[in-house]
Design a protein around this ligand. Structure first.
Ligand code: ITT
Length: 194
C-alpha cells in the first residue's frame, strides 16, 4: 500500500518508512506537490492535523502527519511546538547545530536538565475521520552535543537509561525507544486493523 506522509523532513520519512516494511511511504516532494502548511496550531496535535488535512486535499489515500519537538522543563516547555523555528529572529533560520548550541546556552548551568521529545501523529482517512496518538521520549539535556546520528536536537538529548544521546543510537535503536517510533507503531497497528 502507498502511505502518504505529510512532511518535508527526509529524516522523519526515513524513520517512519522503517516502521512500515512492505509499504511505500511517499512525501509531497516525491510528486513535486506544493506543500507549505501554515502551522498555526497551539498544540502539536493541532499542527499534525493541519499538515495531514493539507496533504489529504491533494491525494486520495490515507495520510499520516507528525508534529514534534523538544520540551524543556526549565524553560516552561519551550521550544515545544516552535522547535523548528527556535532562535529564528526574522533573519536566516538557524541550522541544527546552531539551535542546539543556543538552547544549551539559554539553559546555562541550570541543574534542572529534564526534557522530552514529543510526537503527535495523525492517521487521517478523510476530513472528519482520523486517529491521533501522542508519544514522548524522556531524557536530560547534556552540556555538550554528542553523536552523529539522527537529526535536529538528537545530539543534546541524553538518555540516562541507555547512557548515550539520541544521536549516538542507530536508526533502529532510536525507533525502538523514540517518540516517533512509539507513535508510528501505534498508527501502523491502527492501519492494519482497518
Ligand atoms: P515537517 O513539519 O515538514 O514534518 P519539520 O522538521 O519542520 O518537518 P516539525 O514542524 O514537527 O517538523 O518540527 C519539529 C522540529 O523539532 C524539527 O525541525 C527538529 O528540529 C525537532 N525534532 C522533531 N523530532 C525530532 C527528533 O526525532 N530528533 C531531533 N529533533 C527532532
Amino acid at each position: 500500500m502507498t502511505i502518504w506522509f505529510a512532511t518535508g523532513n527526509p529524516h522523519k520519512r526515513a524513520e517512519l518508512a522503517a516502521l512500515f516494511p512492505g509499504h511505500t511511504v511517499k512525501i509531497p516532494a516525491d510528486e513535486n506537490f506544493p506543500f507549505e502548511p501554515d502551522e498555526t496550531g497551539a498544540a502539536f496535535a493541532e499542527n499534525a492535523l493541519i499538515k495531514a488535512r493539507e496533504l489529504r486535499r491533494l491525494v486520495s489515500a490515507p495520510v499520516i502527519a507528525d508534529d514534534s519537538g523538544l520540551c524543556v522543563d526549565a524553560l516552561d516547555g519551550r521550544p515545544g511546538i516552535y522547535s523548528a523555528r527556535y532562535g529564528f529572529g526574522g533573519g536566516e533560520k538557524l541550522n541544527a547545530p546552531e539551535r542546539n548550541a543556543l538552547l544549551l546556552q539559554e539553559l546555562g548551568d541550570n541543574p534542572c536538565r529534564q526534557a522530552r521529545f514529543v510526537c503527535a501523529m495523525v492517521l487521517l482517512f478523510s476530513e472528519d475521520r482520523f486517529y491521533l496518538v501522542q508519544e514522548t521520549l524522556e531524557g536530560e539535556l547534556i552540556r555538550e552535543a554528542r553523536g552523529q546520528g539522527g537529526f535536529g536536537y538528537d545530539p543534546i538529548l541524553y538518555l540516562p537509561q541507555l547512557g548515550c544521546t539520541v544521536a549516538e543510537l542507530s536508526e533502529e535503536e532510536k525507533n525502538r525507544v523514540s517518540h516517533r517510533g512509539k507513535a508510528g507503531r501505534a498508527i501502523a497497528k491502527l492501519l492494519t486493523e482497518q
